[in-house]
Every structure is written in structure tokens, then in C-alpha cells.
Design a protein around this ligand. Sequence first.
Ligand SMILES: Cc1cc2nc3c(=O)[nH]c(=O)nc-3n(C[C@H](O)[C@H](O)[C@H](O)COP(=O)(O)O)c2cc1C
Length: 321
Amino acid sequence: MSVSRPTLVLAPMRGVTTLYYRQAFVQHFAGLDCVMAPFIPTVSAERINPKLLKEVLPENNGDLPLIPQLISNNADDFVQMAVALADLGYDEVNLNMGCPHKPIRKKRRGSGLLPHPDLVEALLDPICARSPIKVSVKVRLGVADKSELLKLVPVLNRFPLSEIIVHPRTAEQMYDGSVDLDAFAEVVAALTLPVCYNGDIGSLAFYQNVQHRFPAIHRFMLGRGLLANPFLCEEIKGIDSSVEHIQRITAFHDDLVGRYEAVLHGDYSVLGKMKEFWIYQTRHLSNGSKMFKKLKKAQRLSTYKEIVCEFLSAAEWVRPV
Ligand SMILES: Cc1cc2nc3c(=O)[nH]c(=O)nc-3n(C[C@H](O)[C@H](O)[C@H](O)COP(=O)(O)O)c2cc1C
């Protein structure tokens, strides 16, 4: 049995794991080792500015190590952005080759690069030669065909990439169906680079299953499952808390809503963010689906807060299995 402690990374989720979410999360929950910020599309050097980099400015982020992520198919722009990130103090940048959204992949960015080993090689060659900081890559199994990533592996192996984060679904699956651990096993066997597992880790049992099957993997990225069960990293690391689950979720929620109220203008924007928050956070509440139905209809922040208060005071935590 492996005794080494895993490295647990918060997955980037654009619009959801915002800097405000990340700031609040680490105040209330332990066990994360690192966070990856949602992707920033690369732009040409003269258009790089603090507004574009706001999500990753060190003053907006705490002590937990952060890896910025870029989405790009332009090596020059990527390298210039990597230079800007190096100036901010970062020592690693991630290239998103997994985004499944059609408009992105049609432009051969995100997962749209996966079926094109020649394009990936032409992109990584100058990036790896000129980036002043380490480069890692986040991938899926392919667009429609699960063997695409396997065909890309010999290209990836040729570069000194610091890590390959694999989410074993195709882009066409989006987030549906299950992750393919057999396909993941084939990719792991073929890669000579360090691998991080990502996908569907939502309970201690699921994590242990992946960990037992792949004892050589020590890095795990957690997204939706951690958002639904924010205690998961603590459970994985065996960190105990004496404070009751619903009480901790309530404190986290109140903190987050306060942060959004301080920076967003008007009820509508804050409600938009908080409704997205509850898509995940209601999953393990005994009255979660009723609560979500009701709060989706709220038009005013005051009504929303009354609904949250009413439901949370009656909620019970349903342990994920
Ligand atoms: C709303 C949403 C936004 C996402 N944004 C990003 C992103 O900016 N960059 C990225 O690499 N992946 C993004 N992802 C994918 C997640 O990082 C992760 O790979 C995926 O959710 C699978 O992991 P999970 O099952 O632990 O959630 C996003 C996923 C969702 C649902």
C-alpha cells in the first residue's frame, strides 16, 4: 500500500472557481495542496494587461500555490503570456488541451488540438524552447475517438513537460457518462511524463479506487466532486474537524456571498454566481433539490438569502458514496 500523501489540486472551472470562490474555499476547508486557475485565452504581447491577468495576480490569491492556465494555438502569444506570468512570480503554466466546447475546438484550441499531433508538435516545440517557466498540459482522451490521445502520446513524450493532467472522457462526452479508467491505464502506460488524474472524484471511495488501481499516481485534480463535497480533501488526508458539516457550509456560503456582494454590481450578478454555486453545493444536502428549485426563481438577493437560511437550517449532510 502506498503511504505517500497525495497532492490534491483544485480543478479550474471557468466562472465557478473564481478568485473569490478560491479565496473563500481555502478559508473554510483544508486539504488542498494547489489550485489551477480557469483558462485565460492568450493574446498578443501588446494586449497583455493586469485586467486580463486579474484571476492570477498574486495579490488576489493567497498562500496556496496556484498554476495559471492558458488556452491557445499560437506559440508566440503563449510564450509572451508565460513571460508575463514568470514576471508575476509563477514557475509553471498549464496549456489547456481539454476544453470540450465546440466554438473553442473548432478553432483548434482546447480539445480541438487532440486529433492533430502535427499541430501539437508545432505548438509545443517553440513553447518548450522559449517558455521561461515549466509547461504542463491538461488533456482529454480525444474529441470523438478515445484513441486520439494515445496517438498523441509519442509527441507529448518528446517534450520536457512537467505534467500531463488527464481527464479520461472524450470532448463529445462533455461531462456525461463515466470516466474510462481502462483508456486512462493505456495512456499512463504509454506516457513517460508525470501524470495527474482528473475526473469524477466525488467520494473517498472513488478516490481510493483510482488510487489503488494506479499506485504510481500521486497527483489528483478535483472539480465538481469537491465543490459538491468540500470536505473531500480533508477526508482523503484524514484531517478531522469538530465543526458540523452544515454549519461549515453555511459559514462558507455566507463568506462567498459577501465577497461577491462586495465586487459585483446589483442583485442579478450576485444571484447568477450563487445559483451556479448551488448547482454543485446542493448535491449532498438532504433537501438540496427542493432548495435549488426554489432559489433558482429568486429575483432579489434578500429573497435568496431567506431561502438559503430556511433550507440550510433544516438540511442534513448526506454522505457521498
Ligand atoms: C463549469 C466548468 C468550467 C470548466 N472550466 C475549465 C477550465 O477553465 N479549464 C480546464 O482545464 N477545465 C475546465 N473544466 C473542466 C474541469 O477542470 C475538470 O477537468 C472536469 O470538471 C472533470 O473533473 P471533475 O469530474 O473532478 O469535475 C470546467 C468544467 C466545468 C464543469
